[in-house]
Design a protein around this ligand. Sequence first.
Ligand SMILES: *[C@@H]1O[C@H](CO)[C@@H](O)[C@H](O)[C@H]1NC(C)=O
Ligand SMILES: *[C@@H]1O[C@H](CO)[C@@H](O)[C@H](O)[C@H]1NC(C)=O
Length: 331
Amino acid sequence: MTDAATEQSQQQPIPQTLSVTTKSFAALIAVLAITVAFSTSIRGALSSVLPKTSTATVRSMATTASPAAMKITKRPWAQRGHADHDWLYTFQTFSFASYYSPNPLHQSFGPLRVINEDRVKPSTGFGTHAHAEFLIFSYIVNGTLEHKDSMGNLENLKRGEVQFTSAGTGIRHSEYNRDSKDEVHFLQIWAKPNKSRLTPHYETKKFTDEQKKDKLVRIMEDTSRLGEKTDTSPIGLQADLSMDASILSPGKSVTHDIVAEGSRKIFLHNIMSGRTQPKEGGAKIKIGDVVLGEGDGAYVEGLAGPGKVEVESVGDKAAEFLLFDMGTKDA
Ligand SMILES: *[C@@H]1O[C@H](CO)[C@@H](O)[C@H](O)[C@H]1NC(C)=O
Ligand SMILES: *[C@@H]1O[C@H](CO)[C@@H](O)[C@H](O)[C@H]1NC(C)=O
């Protein structure tokens, strides 16, 4: 159920017997209004008591504007590409390495080309290898990933950190788990830039759990939509793609404002807490009438901006998920 629907269903009709006190009630409201103007704490307390009719209406109108044509294709966790190389335990949303799906949806989606959910064992990793062109970002879920590259960067990336490399004309790097006992769990994501032969670029930024709790936090953003850079601004990339992250408590929902005008699509990925999806319970999110368990994704087509998309947490634990908003042109 959406926030708006919950709010509406909770509104009680005003009993007839109350109508005689309308005048004194109005006077009380006037006094309250003045008090509220001077007290933000009372305002906060009141807003949770008074019905939020106006915001609920605006919201529900806006949310129903685009989902009429919204087409959702679920990407069940176990239908992704999968390899267990002992040192590397990986799920691939899109065709990658020895995993190939002839379904065009699983080749690329807008500029999005790779989402690998990787677990690397202690004291192993990806040795030095080369990349060109792709925009590559690692979202660290748990553990520590060492990143070393030909631009002279060496970092130990931890939970909340996002490492971004625009490979452009070419770079070499390695990704290694130097820890002797804990595995590292991270998402490796690739997008195709809208321009080739860019100058290689490297950037790391941390986004805390606190920032993501029951909110959507913009992690990546098309440089043309970036605005002025601040401590909390997203990492810029040269593609019509944005990525948000959220850690959404059970029962809560978040509303995403589609980032650009015209035809858009969205991809959602619900991050896993274990090696397999829990048989019962776990983190679950809902878009439209589709529920995504841990490791499930969703291709959402037929969207248009301006518009809104709502995601609700319907599992029994907080769901950490990624939301990509992109242009419709495939990479
Ligand atoms: C993170 O990794 C450690 C060590 O491998 C493990 O004990 C812990 O349960 C993991 N936490 C999550 C949230 O997956
Ligand atoms: C490519 O993206 C950049 C911003 O990321 C934008 O300024 C530019 O106009 C785009 N170029 C093309 C050819 O779409």
